[in-house]
Design a protein around this ligand. Structure first.
Ligand code: PMP
Length: 407
């Protein structure tokens, strides 16, 4: 919307003032990691300078303070995704860790020989490889939802993959490579009608749209702090309490137990059952500040502004000769994957860097997508709410420069 004050927002991100090769930084690699605003940096400094100690069981002031801040951050995350209870929010080290937790905690207990797991062609490797490891261990089978040339899931095909052996569905909310927004709510309802739980990989959705896990009715929802203005090394697994309670722990160690003898250990209640050892306390506090920051702007306002960026960039790119956009779904976040005829993505990325423009090149951890769309690699520009229309112009000008150099 026209009221979105992007310049005021940009002023809060110190890193955006950098110059690269004496050009202003144009940071378009947000799907890999986003940048951190001053309030989140300040929050980390405050925690580290006046609140830090190890949490739980401490009787001294700092331990009690750190524990309270850590648990307050859990409640912030609970509100951010509208979870019913704070014990349904588990701190992990990131999306990959969250998915591995579900594979070990749920998959190894409830999925057996001959059972079937449904995944989609669009999945990030982190929502493929753990399930392959499980399938190999248990003798289970993975079935894959195909996509069309636009990069959209074929929902009819998804529905036809269900059999009476289907035990689990894993689907990403938003594609990191193409930006496709998947109809996960509808897919979850279909799975639930057949008694099948669903894990949603929300790594690329949580930073860009309002996520309501109760409305989606997902069983698990995984995302990473570093893609949503938070620190690295922190992520979230949301899980429905009744499922988390039935699951076995992923990691064993301190804090996840009630009592330990060499004969027998009893486990702590959720969420602590899944938070063995000293957790990433400072990053958790930082992520709490990050979701406060995002909520202060408003996820709906962020989504609306980013859609304007996407539409503008898409129009500009369509005017470029010999450039092809990969991923043209009707519902997309602000991600543009593309090919430039006759130029290798690695060269595009390197030359854009000389213009100050940061993009990602390669297979984006989605080799099955590349195989299906018959592209060895793409260049990907991924936008955030602090990017501007004039940065889109700089990016497009950069591609013209690349084309000039190569002709
Ligand atoms: N899923 C998706 C869709 C992603 O984009 C990413 C990060 N590229 C991941 C999972 C993995 O996240 P992390 O590396 O933070 O564990």
């Amino acid at each position: 919307t026209s009221t979105f004050d992007v310049e005021r927002i940009r002023a809060e991100f110190p890193i955006l003032k950098l110059r690269i090769d004496d050009k202003p930084l144009v940071y378009l690699d947000n799907a890999a990691s986003s940048q951190m605003p001053q309030p989140v940096i300040d929050r980390l400094v405050r925690y580290q300078t006046s609140q830090h100690a190890n949490i739980n069981r401490g009787v001294h002031y700092l331990s009690e303070t750190a524990t309270a801040e850590y648990e307050e951050s859990r409640r912030k995350l609970q509100r951010f995704i509208n979870a019913r209870e704070d014990r349904e929010v588990i701190f992990t080290s990131g999306t990959t860790d969250s998915i591995n937790l579900v594979m070990h905690g749920y998959g190894r207990k409830f999925i057996g020989s001959g059972d079937e797991i449904i995944l989609t062609t669009l999945e990030h490797h982190s929502n493929i490889v753990p399930w392959q490891m499980l399938a190999e261990e248990k003798g289970a089978t993975i079935r894959v939802v195909p996509i069309n040339d636009a990069g959209e899931l074929l929902v009819d095909e998804y529905e036809s993959l269900f059999t009476d052996r289907t035990k689990f569905v894993g689907v990403l909310h938003v594609s990191n490579a193409l930006g496709t927004i998947n109809p996960v709510k509808q897919m979850i309802a279909f799975a639930h009608a057949r008694g099948v739980p669903v894990l949603v990989d929300g790594a690329q959705a949580a930073p860009h749209m309002n996520v309501d896990v109760q409305d989606l009715d997902c069983d698990f929802y995984a995302f990473s702090g570093h893609k949503m203005c938070g620190p690295t090394g922190i992520g979230i697994l949301y899980g429905k309490a009744e499922l988390l309670e039935r699951m076995q722990p992923f990691k064993g160690g301190g804090d996840m137990i009630l009592s330990v003898t060499f004969e027998r250990t009893t486990y702590n209640s959720i969420p602590h059952k899944f938070e063995a050892g000293t957790p990433p306390i400072a990053p958790a506090v930082g992520l709490g500040a990050a979701v406060d920051y995002l909520s202060g702007i408003g996820m709906d306002a962020i989504a609306a502004y980013e859609l304007q960026l996407l539409n503008y960039a898409t129009e500009q790119m369509r005017d470029l000769p010999d450039v092809r956009i990969i991923g043209t779904a009707a519902a997309k976040t602000a991600v543009l994957s593309f090919e430039v005829k006759g130029v290798h993505p690695h060269d595009i990325g390197t030359l854009l860097n000389h213009e100050g423009v940061a993009v990602r090149t390669g297979h984006h951890c989605v080799q099955p997508v590349m195989l299906r769309l018959k592209v060895p690699a793409t260049t990907r520009a991924s936008f955030a709410f602090y990017n501007t229309m004039s940065e889109v112009d700089a990016f497009i000008a950069g591609i013209r420069t690349v084309q000039k150099i190569f002709t």
